[in-house]
Design a binder for this molecule. Structure first.
Ligand code: 6PG
Length: 243
């Protein structure tokens, strides 16, 4: 596993601002050499900070050369408050005028198993092929306090190493079904970026970053881009146990 690059910021707002600036720089650089830049977004609450920072920068990007996907999606309709696409649409896609042709959402309203297969086929068809699996240019991940990432939760290791590009996860508390990338897609990306804030994540983050204790119980520990870059954008709260 290549050494992950840690970027630690005083607070989550400074983190989001720098992440947005770096994203814009990466996208504009990749547009020069890629027909289409493929980016996968995560959900939850943290990405809203990033979306707001992106919108406030009003980036000059040819969005027609970019296509957004989702790392995971709750199995709810897009207008549901918990829809990862719904949040991204309201806070990012719509305010920036990103055209409908520049994103392909997971259909949370459809049958989860069928949608996981459909989305995997869609990715195969639209994302640059690699030696084994499609290659995303950037995958943006979050991490829960329990060390989950995407919608692969602790003790669901088999989902991560499954045979398909996308599968169906289950939230351990709510039982909510979610369509999610598996490790095949995440670890095949050119650049994987974790965005993690908050002191409640510090204990597990330390184990994942330092690969100490029972770190292998946490799916975030399975993120290990084979030939890509792994970066952690952390605020001081989340990084509090690393020192
Ligand atoms: C989701 C996300 C999930 C998220 C973590 C962190 O659909 O919930 O994809 O993996 O990244 O749960 O969530 P917060 O950003 O809300 O802490």
């Amino acid at each position: 596993m290549s050494a992950p690059e840690l970027k630690i910021f005083k607070n989550k707002h400074l983190l989001a601002e720098k992440l947005a600036k770096d994203f814009i720089r990466h996208i504009n650089r990749m547009i020069l050499s890629n027909e289409k830049v493929s980016i996968a977004l995560s959900g939850g609450s943290t990405p809203s900070l990033f979306f707001n920072a992106m919108v406030s920068m009003d980036p000059q990007v040819d969005w027609n050369r970019v296509r957004f996907y989702w790392v995971d999606e709750r199995c709810v309709p897009p207008e549901h408050p918990e829809s990862n696409f719904g949040v991204a649409y309201r806070e990012f896609l719509l305010p920036l005028g990103i055209p409908e042709t520049s994103y392909l959402r997971i259909r949370g309203e459809d049958d989860p198993e069928k949608e996981a297969l459909r989305y995997g086929e869609l990715i195969k068809k639209n994302v640059a092929p690699g030696k084994d699996h499609p290659v995303f240019d950037i995958v943006l991940l979050g991490m829960g306090p329990d060390g989950h990432t995407a919608s692969v939760f602790p003790w669901q290791k088999a989902l991560w190493y499954g045979d398909h590009l996308c599968t169906v996860g289950t939230h351990p508390a709510s039982g909510q079904k979610r369509v999610t990338f598996t490790g095949q897609l995440i670890n095949n990306a050119k650049r994987v970026v974790f965005m993690v804030t908050g002191s409640e994540k510090a204990p597990v983050l330390k184990k994942v970053i330092r690969r100490s204790g029972n770190y292998l119980e946490y799916p975030s520990s399975f993120v290990d881009p084979q030939s890509g870059i792994l970066e952690w954008y952390l605020d001081e709260e989340a990084a509090g146990d690393l020192s």
